[in-house]
Design a protein around this ligand. Sequence first.
Ligand SMILES: [Cu+2]
Length: 698
Amino acid sequence: MGSSRWRLNAQSLRYIFIRIISMLVSLGIVLCSSLALDFTQVTALAQSAPAQSDFTPTAALAQAVPTHPLDALTAEEYVQTRSLLADAGYVNGDSRFPLINLREPTKAEVLAWKPGDAIPRSADVVVKQGKQTYEAVVDLSAATVKSWKEVEEAQPSLLLEEFIGVTELTIRNAEWRAAVQKRGVTDFTQIFCSPLTAGYYGLAEEEGRRILKVPCYDTRGTKNNWFGKPIEGVLTVVDLNNMQVLKVIDTGVIPISPDPASYDQASVKKLRPALNPTVISQPAGSNITFEDSFINWQKWSFHLRFDRRLGSIISLVNYDDDGRSRSILYQGALSEIFVPYMDPAEPWYYRTYMDVGEYGAGLLSTPLAPGIDCPTTAAMFSPVLADDNGNPFTDQNVVCVFERSSGDPIWRHSEILNQTYEGRPQTDLVVRMMSTIGNYDYILDWIFTQSGEINVMVGATGIDAVKGVMSQTMSDPTAIDDTAYGSLIAPGITAPNHDHFFSFRLDLDIDGQANRFVKDVFKTEKLPDNHPRRSLWKTKSVTVPTDSEAKLTVSNGHPSRWRMVSSDVKNHVGNATSYQISPMGSQTNLLLPDDYPSRRAAFANYNLWITPYHPNEIYAAGKYPNQSKGGDGLPEWTSHSRLLLDTDLVAWNTVGFHHTPVSEDWPIMSTTWHGFTLKPVNFFDRNPALDIPNSAHP
Ligand SMILES: [Cu+2]
């Protein structure tokens, strides 16, 4: 696939555009101070690029007209949104649009809606006008701007033109040039600068400003690794609102690694012999039915849309239980990502990213390569998003949907006593996207199984964020200091320790909206002295009454099973139907509670939060996490002890892991997977996978 697939995608073209412009700027060829990037040019380029031969993009997710109230805005609706705001005098050519999204109708409206009914359409818009941020609600059905208000003290997510701007500013800055010249860099045409969000630390000089911190990398000699040769210890601090370098930080010269750390085949040099192919093939065709924005597979049906901020949003997940359509998940999506680094040095300490709210998981999604990123049998989707100017563009091939045979049995038993065997193969349905947020690539999967489980998996691959150091090996006297907060993974290169936390919002509706949250606590019971056994364990079920009490952490000492339980429906033996939320050994934030990153990304302090449903509670760390001061989102919502009994509930699951980098991560990491399972508990009357026919041995 290599370089050819990059030609296809508007996003990658944007990056290439950024790079070309930064080179031209550094050569003094482009000297515009405010570059209003017209994405329509980029999109046009993408559309004129040759189509890749081995997959056919599917039109769904980019429909010309909406067919359901939860469908994403269409290209025409983005244009209409912008026009209505312009006609009303709210926006002009200088306005920028960090977000234009479908404003969902109420849950009651969506659930009552039937094909043939009118489809209510509205947009939620965030507008950046100079230093000011505004929120608008545009009623597309009535063709009116319903509301327009200024949001105080909010920094909306970054605009792509800001990425370009800070690179340009940095490379033109004389003090920065002098600093990098001290490090032997005289060719500014091969510099890549990384637009890093600054977090919030109560610093007076950053208060009220829109800040990015911008370290750069020397890309000389590299074929593909832009992060391999950090120009360590020097960065600019940029105020985006004034497009001004506030200061240049230089903490001392560290030699730049001579190793480009490329990972293309030619750079690897000695390849192992190629394998005979092991592939997923579907000689009789796919079993998936696509109906507008709905996907039907086996007994599952759900709605899929794609969003600039959250990426894939799965809604209306129902299970056909012998003709009875049963609700399980009204909506599930990634809500926020938190990646705090653990290095106290000035060029590093602020790196505590919240990638979804600061950058946009959907915006930074990248095209998927068939045969590598997804099986060649996958259906590819190209959703339409709005760019910084509010204009629609097609995000080519960023979602794939496929069936996967794991090669494992979903169940089996071999009976020695009567010489019988019965087993069935497992086949799953996967909805996949990948978001490349700087150096990291996150694979985000929703996996539907034939046994009624939904697995949500996050794969982390890509390139470690690395720091240039003096130490070449662990024997060097500098190595103790250089590896105090990370690992030496290559000569002159350490990778600081850090975490990855992903908050998933799960609006579960287990057999309807009346639900409770139950914790089955596993307790050791001491047996009577005259019993041959000394002890055993049993479970004690506790209904958690309020959201302020529903903050849970996986604890090996006191394990428990967490379940969303129907208040009304019971299975055939009278057990309340439920789904377990099983976190697969996820980890939580280790920073002190009063540390700003812990306050800003408080969702990561627990594995699970439960809240009563509220339509405005979508983003775990608040709507504006960029430079937020903390307390927004889950900590605020759960501070009022709202009741959780027999009502519509939302679970917030944090998938988290501590990453202590290793040499095997370099120059590119093999994918590591973490996730959680939604597992039926007495939801069915028996094993729902029992009726899979034995096609292998009929
Ligand atoms: Cu990592």
